[in-house]
Design a protein around this ligand. Structure first.
Ligand SMILES: Nc1ncnc2c1ncn2[C@@H]1O[C@H](COP(=O)(O)OP(=O)(O)OP(=O)(O)O)[C@@H](O)[C@H]1O
Ligand SMILES: [Mg+2]
Length: 221
C-alpha cells in the first residue's frame, strides 16, 4: 500500500541545507498497524508528511497504492490526501471556534456530500467515539481526550483507508491515551492501515511492528 524507495528529504534554509531523510526504504502493507519511533529530530514527522502528501520528497520514489506520488501536481496530491488519508495530530488541530459537529463535518464540505448525508456521517462517527451528546461543544469545552476523539471522528468521515497519527497520545494523560489507543485498535480491526508516531513504548505495543528512525535513516523495522 505504501512503498518508499530511497527517499531523501533535504530542507533548504538559505545557503544551509539539512538532510532530514537520508535514503529511506520501507513498505507498509494494506491493513498493517505500524508505529514509528526514534529520537527528536530523527525525521519521524518529515516521513509522515511525505506519506500524507503534505510534503514531497527531494529524491526517491513514493508509491501509494502502486501510484508514484512523486511528480504529481499540488492539486493531485491534495485530492489523494482527501480520499486516502485521515490525519490525527498531537495537538488535535481542531478549529477553536467551531463546535465538535462542525469540526467533524468540515472535511465533507470539500467532498460534495449533501447536508443530510453529512449529518448522518457526523452522527455515525461522533457516536463511534462516544461524543454525539457533545456535538454542540467547542474544543475549549472538551477535555484533551475528548478533543482527540473529535479529531479521530473528523479523520474518518471521508472513509480513508490510511490513518496517519503523529503522537496522538502525546498530550494526554494515560487514561485518555488508553481510550484513544482502543479506538485505533478497533480501526485496525476494521481494516484500516495505521501509521503512528510515538515516543511511548506502551503505545507502540498496540502496533504490529515498529519502524525505528535514527538521524534520518531506518535502523530497524
Ligand atoms: N521545515 C523545515 N525546515 C528546515 N528543517 C526542518 C524542517 N522541518 C524539520 N526540519 C529538521 O529536520 C529534522 C527532522 O525533523 P522532524 O520534525 O521530522 O523530526 P521528528 O523526528 O518528528 O522530531 P520530534 O520527535 O521532535 O517531533 C530536524 O532536525 C528538524 O530541525
Ligand atoms: Mg515530530
Amino acid at each position: 500500500m505504501i512503498r518508499f524507495e530511497n527517499i531523501k528529504k533535504i530542507y533548504q534554509m538559505g545557503k544551509v541545507s539539512f538532510e532530514a531523510l537520508k535514503g529511506i526504504n520501507l513498505t507498509v502493507k494494506k491493513g498493517e498497524f505500524v508505529s514509528i519511533m526514534g529520537p527528536s529530530g530523527s525525521g519521524k514527522s518529515t516521513l509522515m508528511n511525505i506519506i500524507g502528501c503534505l510534503d514531497t520528497a527531494t529524491e526517491g520514489s513514493y508509491y501509494l497504492e502502486d501510484k508514484n506520488a512523486a511528480g504529481l501536481s499540488f492539486d493531485q496530491l491534495s485530492d489523494i490526501r482527501n480520499r486516502k488519508i485521515g490525519f490525527v495530530f498531537q495537538n488535535f488541530n481542531l478549529l477553536p471556534y467551531a463546535t465538535a459537529y462542525e469540526n467533524v463535518e468540515l472535511p465533507m464540505l470539500f467532498s460534495g456530500k449533501n447536508t443530510a448525508d453529512r449529518k448522518k456521517t457526523v452522527k455515525k462517527f461522533l457516536s463511534m467515539v462516544g461524543l454525539w451528546d457533545w456535538a454542540g461543544h467547542r474544543p475549549t469545552e472538551l477535555s484533551g481526550g475528548e478533543q482527540q476523539r473529535v479529531a479521530i471522528a473528523r479523520a474518518l468521515v471521508n472513509d480513508p483507508p490510511i490513518i496517519l497519527a503523529d503522537e496522538p497520545t502525546g498530550n494526554l494523560d494515560s487514561k485518555s491515551g488508553t481510550e484513544i489507543m482502543e479506538i485505533f485498535n478497533n480501526l485496525w480491526q476494521s481494516g484500516k492501515t495505521i501509521l503512528m508516531v510515538t515516543h511511548d513504548q506502551k503505545v507502540a505495543d498496540y502496533s504490529e511492528r515498529t519502524i525505528n528512525l535514527f538521524d534520518g535513516n531506518v535502523i530497524s523495522n
